[in-house]
Design a protein around this ligand. Structure first.
Ligand SMILES: NC(=O)C1=CN([C@@H]2O[C@H](COP(=O)(O)OP(=O)(O)OC[C@H]3O[C@@H](n4cnc5c(N)ncnc54)[C@H](O)[C@@H]3O)[C@@H](O)[C@H]2O)C=CC1
Ligand SMILES: O=C1O[C@H](COP(=O)(O)O)[C@@H](O)[C@H](O)[C@H]1O
Length: 266
């Protein structure tokens, strides 16, 4: 695979986790509406491959995506409490613009950053907090229908459905990664839900690397580390994508906050 990979939202948390760990694996095109300073991009990426572009700018997106093999689409409003006007513009319209430009440019693979909030309403009061504990065997596996917990989750479920449409009608390979809780260095502290859906930086990078390299049609997988606490299955990510997580939030449970600060996942 010699053609570049387009990473949208490259300057954000997920984008930086990817670039920090697999910045040397691909030839990148980096897109973000904010300017990407030198510290936020691998040395190997020249200025010409960095695009300060809004994903709702059709012409700008077309320029960035020309000749690209795969897209990792992260750009958007990540706030669970984001208002409708923002998710409509940044997450739904922006994702539509990316998909449309991708099929017009002949892109082969599209990894979409979906979210736990697309299925947050499965966490009913009768299931929680047991759901977040290692002994509980309830699992979501990606075949269930979305049950969004907020309008942000609605926008992520909509992005997944846009992918279904573009896969079925234009034959582009699409994987929705329902990302859990990306936290650097250690799992969230005093937050069982976050520990159950922790995704370490290096596991995040491995998962999205596999999204570029693996062969698939239309898939929905969960993006969490190999946590003992979990209510998301990662079997599909392992079997279809070849995801090999390294981290487990349980390994940090006896550590105090200062030990966590020394965690080696960075
Ligand atoms: N961080 C997490 O734990 C999770 C993140 N996600 C998803 O992953 C993606 C990335 O999230 P984070 O890196 O945490 O967010 P972030 O806010 O750190 O990064 C998002 C990046 O996208 C850019 N961006 C936003 N709107 C844009 C637009 N209209 N055009 C161009 N660039 C735009 C921002 O400038 C920013 O650099 C989001 O789609 C989010 O919904 C999903 C689940 C969990
Ligand atoms: O989709 C997202 O989910 C994570 C985890 O959700 P939370 O409600 O447990 O914090 C969130 O941190 C992130 O900002 C968001 O994009």
């Amino acid at each position: 695979m010699d053609e570049p990979v387009l990473l949208t939202g490259a300057g954000g948390r997920v984008g930086q986790a990817i670039l920090r760990h697999i910045g040397d694996r691909f030839e990148w095109r980096l897109l973000d509406r904010e300017q990407l300073g030198e510290s936020k991009r691998p040395d190997s990426v020249p200025d010409d491959d960095v695009f300060a572009t809004d994903i709702t700018d059709e012409a700008g997106v077309r320029e960035a995506i020309d000749g690209v093999y795969a897209v990792i689409h992260l750009a958007g409003d990540p706030r669970p409490e984001a208002p409708w006007d923002s998710v409509l513009r940044n997450n739904i319209d922006g994702t539509h613009t990316l998909f449309q430009a991708a099929v017009e440019a002949g892109v082969e693979k599209f990894a979409f950053a979906s979210s736990n909030h697309a299925v947050g309403a499965y966490e009913t009061t009768d299931r929680t907090p047991d759901l977040y504990r290692p002994e509980d065997d309830f699992r979501l596996n990606g075949t269930e229908l979305p049950r969004p917990s907020n309008l942000y989750g609605v926008s992520k479920a909509t992005g997944e459905i846009l992918g279904r449409y573009y896969h079925d009608n234009h034959d582009i390979s699409v994987v929705n990664v329902r990302i859990g809780n990306l936290t650097e260095g250690h799992p969230p502290i005093d937050y069982e839900r976050g520990q159950a859906m922790w995704l370490s930086y290096r596991d995040c990078a491995n998962l999205f690397e596999r999204c570029v390299l693996a062969d698939y049609d239309y898939e929905t997988v969960y993006g969490i580390s190999d946590n003992d606490r979990r209510y998301y299955s990662i079997e599909r990510a392992r079997s279809v994508l070849g995801y090999e997580p390294t981290d487990n939030s349980a390994e940090y449970e006896d550590e105090d906050e200062s030990d966590c600060a020394n965690g080696d996942d960075d």
